[in-house]
Design a protein around this ligand. Structure first.
Ligand code: ADP
Length: 279
């Protein structure tokens, strides 16, 4: 059982009776603790790149550096600034998602468009990350035929795009060169459809799985950072999917790989528009 926190107040009446008011403030206190944690996390995330940045500024100011050395420092400074920009952008995305009601009712997004763009982004990211390695990733996406049949999802195209892309880019980022990433669109008999991303990457230990959608939760900080992570990607994914009535399911084996599957409910899907028949 969870402890319950009560706030108790006593109000005496003139006739000697008392009114006792007890309020359950458990949820309030939890929300407060979460807010404090969050502020601490954000501050920590910003402090590290800021410390590095001011260190570089100091070096530039005090050491007599030649042109190449200066250029190298400036490029490392630009990297830190970019990192902070990404954290701030992701934070703004999260707060926008939390603060606004469900968007895009009446908006229909073709699965084909979503997955084509995901594929372009995944290939670009993969070649960037495996540039210096001999072995590229093997990326598999649904065939043109499957995509043609896949139909449309009710909801915001930009939100869905960022959520699905995020899952795929994680698969790329957490899979060493030579591994493979398989993306599928699987319509089910009950009218739902499953989007799945399977990788042969580093995998996630069972105790971490329930927590990886929390803000700033990372299993391996250095890998997250090296591949441009903010620790907010899956928190954004979770929000977007919730808003679209979709469920995220994660299975993984350390050293073997992970599968992230998203089930879209039948009432948010509709078949592909049939080409108009000629009369
Ligand atoms: P990050 O920017 O750190 O990748 P995310 O919110 O996208 O943040 O993911 C949180 C953590 O979940 C990651 O730091 C990583 O440890 C783990 N993770 C996410 N996707 C995968 C994956 N496909 N394989 C292994 N670990 C993953």
């Amino acid at each position: 059982a969870h402890p319950v926190r009560l706030s108790v107040q006593l109000f005496p009446y003139a006739d000697g009776r008392m009114l006792l008011l007890a309020r359950d403030v458990t949820a309030l206190e939890q929300a407060d603790a979460m807010r404090r944690d969050f502020v601490a996390n954000v501050s920590h995330e910003m402090r590290t790149p800021l410390t590095v940045l001011s260190g570089f500024v100091e070096t530039l100011q005090t050491l007599p550096l030649n042109v190449q050395e200066r250029a190298r420092y400036l490029s490392m400074m630009a990297q830190q600034a970019t990192r902070m920009q990404h954290v701030v952008e992701d934070l703004l995305t999260l707060s926008r998602l939390e603060g606004s009601p469900f968007p895009g009712l009446g908006e229909w997004t073709p699965v084909k468009t979503l997955l084509r763009r995901c594929e372009e982004e995944a290939r670009a990211l993969s070649s960037l990350l495996t540039k210096h390695q001999q072995r590229p990733h093997t990326l598999q996406f649904p065939s043109a035929d499957v995509l043609q049949q896949a139909g449309e999802i009710a909801g915001s195209q930009s939100e869905l795009q960022s959520a699905l892309s995020n899952l795929i880019s994680n698969a790329v980022r957490y899979t060493p060169g030579g591994g493979s990433i398989t993306v599928e669109w699987l319509p089910q008999d009950d009218g739902t459809a499953v989007f799945s991303v399977r990788d042969t990457g580093v995998g996630i230990a069972p105790e971490h799985i329930p927590r990886i959608t929390e803000r700033f939760y990372r299993v391996d900080r250095s890998r997250s950072r090296e591949t441009g992570g903010t620790g907010l990607g899956l928190a954004i994914v979770k929000h977007v999917l919730q808003r679209h009535g979709a469920a995220l399911h994660i299975t993984s084996t350390v050293g073997k790989g992970s599968t992230f599957s998203v089930t879209f409910p039948a009432n948010r899907l509709r078949p592909a528009a049939q080409p108009a028949l000629a009369h």
